[in-house]
Design a protein around this ligand. Sequence first.
Ligand SMILES: NC(=O)C1=CN([C@@H]2O[C@H](COP(=O)(O)OP(=O)(O)OC[C@H]3O[C@@H](n4cnc5c(N)ncnc54)[C@H](O)[C@@H]3O)[C@@H](O)[C@H]2O)C=CC1
Ligand SMILES: O=C(O)[C@@H]1CCC=N1
Length: 284
Amino acid sequence: MTKIAVLGAGKIGEALLSGLLSAGRSAADLLFTERYPQRAVELTETYGVQAADVATAAARSDVLVVAVKPQDIDPLLAELAPVLGDRMAQGGSEVLVVSLCAGLPTALFEARLPEKTAVVRVMPNTPMLVGEAMSVVSGGRYATEEQLDLVEELLGSVGRVRRAPETQQDAVTALSGSGPAYFFYLVEAMIDAGILVGIPRAMAAELIVQSAVGAATMLRGAEGHPVMLREAVTSPAGTTIAAIRELEKHGVRAALLDAIEAARDRSVELGRANDPSIEGDRTD
Ligand SMILES: NC(=O)C1=CN([C@@H]2O[C@H](COP(=O)(O)OP(=O)(O)OC[C@H]3O[C@@H](n4cnc5c(N)ncnc54)[C@H](O)[C@@H]3O)[C@@H](O)[C@H]2O)C=CC1
Ligand SMILES: O=C(O)[C@@H]1CCC=N1
């Protein structure tokens, strides 16, 4: 079985570990590194996966999944590069580096790690925790077809996967990487609206969450026809159109367009901030 180490077990790192375990992978085939010892103890207690240092993780794993914040990438790569160099010098098998980091191009990893290190960039999302991730995969310069297949297989066990050119990854990050947050935000606001119109919070939450689950299930079946589904809810002179008029008046559609464009731009900026060839543009 492929041995996988997650470097940086925060929210998305934990979601990946949890998702892979739920999908039937053995804890013995997984490792993680974590900067905060207390966090490492909690994760081992919860999942039975062992924590390791970077050197051990790199020596024992076939796939290294980088899941630190883009702002924390420098020290991690500085630690990883010599370890991978030693592994290569000792004739060890090739390691595959999979980055989940928003904005960071595969070229950044290739420049900082030993020559010809295979790198795959992935943008997943947190529904990985429940086996419903949307992940988009792009190969770096040295990633082979077999390595891309392997990454697709790993992520396919925790949700859906698509392949895309790396040039689309900043847009993908804005759409599906951050996407769950937009839905959570909407649900939060709709529950508040329930309070406003006199429904107790717990009941408002139940009504809205079940409506979200039902709507998502219908959307999946409709394969990209949200307009038809919305029209079916919108009766002439009814309640829904009264609400839609307010949404349009308040520019919700335009706000979403701007929001997703801003997220795309921020992803580009995170990549630039970590590009050593660009001076004076660090954005932390
Ligand atoms: N949270 C999300 O929904 C998504 C996050 N991502 C990407 O995943 C990456 C991680 O994001 P989160 O999990 O949200 O952040 P986080 O802050 O929850 O997790 C990062 C973890 O890495 C650890 N860490 C930092 N430097 C380390 C080092 N040198 N060695 C070992 N551990 C180290 C931190 O202690 C922390 O637990 C980011 O690059 C983000 O862009 C991608 C898709 C979705
Ligand atoms: O907010 C972020 O930067 C990360 C990347 C995609 C989702 N969360």
